[in-house]
Design a protein around this ligand. Structure first.
Ligand code: IPM
Ligand code: MN
Length: 364
């Protein structure tokens, strides 16, 4: 039995999570699994009513779960930053979920804004460092309100953080191709023993301290992974290649803020926020899975938002828990359902949120 903490959160979060739970109930029967869901009402509504965000005891409480499923955090009536930092980032940091796994995969029959690109071309994973960098909030404001006001927010990385993230990335790339080499390798590269490619995305030409550290550790670790072809791209160029030649990517690893930015770009190339799932992973602890789109307040309660990203995040959770068969079954069901939808966008699917959840269950 798995104990799952469920944070529906704000806006359309609870609606999409409800569909993910529906699908998890369906795999329960089919794969002999059992889930105990605990609903946690953390989010904007509670904050407005009670002034509570997420206290230390609640944070500790999350450690008792096998995994956490999240809908979305962000409320139109709460100043930006309060809930995002107070809940989402607090959990990522507090549970030491140091990797954010964001697959960029264009399913068949999903429209991409990239001209002439197909599901053959868009199939890679971005691994975003998830507990360091600018997100640590290191810095501050002095002389606030004066003409000489100074604002500092620093990109802070320890060797420990960089090393564990890159180690995870090399291991991930290795495992991704245990059965079959990555399609993007040439015969010559395969003959040399490569099975996959890991692109370090950085900014070594300007951020000469932080990325000096990343680059050194990256090439040190690379020696232990002769099957992984090394590759480096500046973050600005990465954005360009993600649009022009997404087929060049297998696994991308990058720091927190760069990862935040490039994964929204990645998400739109795979059909948008309705379909993009992600996981905040602590390989040794409790992980949290979420659709990467926001709380979409304007669609709240309308039963029009696409739940597939949330259902996909439930599949990622199962994969993480080691329930590979059940995870794969959900993946397959998603791919079948996609073929029935007119679009991935809210209100344009041709079905309601709950109907899409039902379709996934039927396909299972
Ligand atoms: C994401 C989101 C968050 C982030 C926000 C809501 C704090 O954009 O998960 O990508 O910046 O990490
Ligand atoms: Mn983001």
């Amino acid at each position: 039995m798995y104990k799952i903490g469920v944070i529906g959160g704000d806006g359309t979060g609870p609606e999409v999570v409800a569909e993910a739970l529906k699908v998890l109930h369906a795999v329960e029967k089919k794969f002999g699994l059992s889930f105990e869901f605990t609903h946690l009402n953390y989010g904007g509504d509670r904050y407005i009513k009670e002034g509570k965000i997420l206290d230390d005891a609640e944070m500790e409480g999350l450690k008792a779960f096998d995994s956490v499923l999240l809908g979305a955090i962000g409320h139109p009536d709460v100043k930006p930053g309060i809930l995002e930092k107070g809940i989402l980032l607090k959990v990522r940091f507090g549970l030491d979920q140091y990797i954010n796994v964001r697959p960029v995969k264009l399913y068949e029959n999903v429209e991409t804004p990239l001209k002439d690109k197909t599901s053959e071309d868009i199939d890679y994973v971005v691994l975003r460092e998830n507990t360091g960098g600018i997100y640590t909030g290191t810095g501050g404001i002095t002389m606030k309100g004066t003409a000489h006001e100074v604002a500092v927010q620093s990109m802070v990385y320890t060797r420990h953080q960089v090393e564990r993230c890159l180690r995870f990335a090399f291991e991930y790339t290795k495992k991704r191709h245990l059965e079959k080499s990555w399609r993007g390798l040439t015969q010559d590269e395969i003959d040399k023993g490569f099975t996959g490619k890991l692109t370090l995305c950085g900014k070594t030409n300007v951020l000469t301290y932080v990325f000096d550290l990343w680059e050194r550790v990256y090439y040190e670790l690379a020696k232990e992974y002769p099957m992984v072809k090394t590759d480096y791209a500046h973050v600005d160029a990465t954005c360009m290649w993600m649009v022009k030649n997404p087929e060049w990517f297998d696994v991308i690893v990058t720091e927190n803020m760069f990862g935040d930015i490039i994964t929204d770009l990645g998400a739109i190339t795979q059909g948008g926020m309705g379909i993009a799932s992600g996981g905040n992973v602590n390989p040794e602890g409790v992980s949290m899975f979420e659709p990467i789109g926001g709380s979409a307040p304007k669609y709240t309660g309308k039963n029009v938002i696409n739940p597939l990203a949330s259902i996909g995040s439930a599949a990622m959770m199962l994969e993480n828990l080691g329930e590979t068969k059940a995870a794969q079954a959900i993946e397959n069901a998603i791919q079948i359902v996609i073929k029935k939808l007119n679009s991935m966008a809210a209100g344009k699917m041709g079905y309601s949120t709950t109907e899409v959840g039902d379709l996934v269950v039927e396909s299972l």
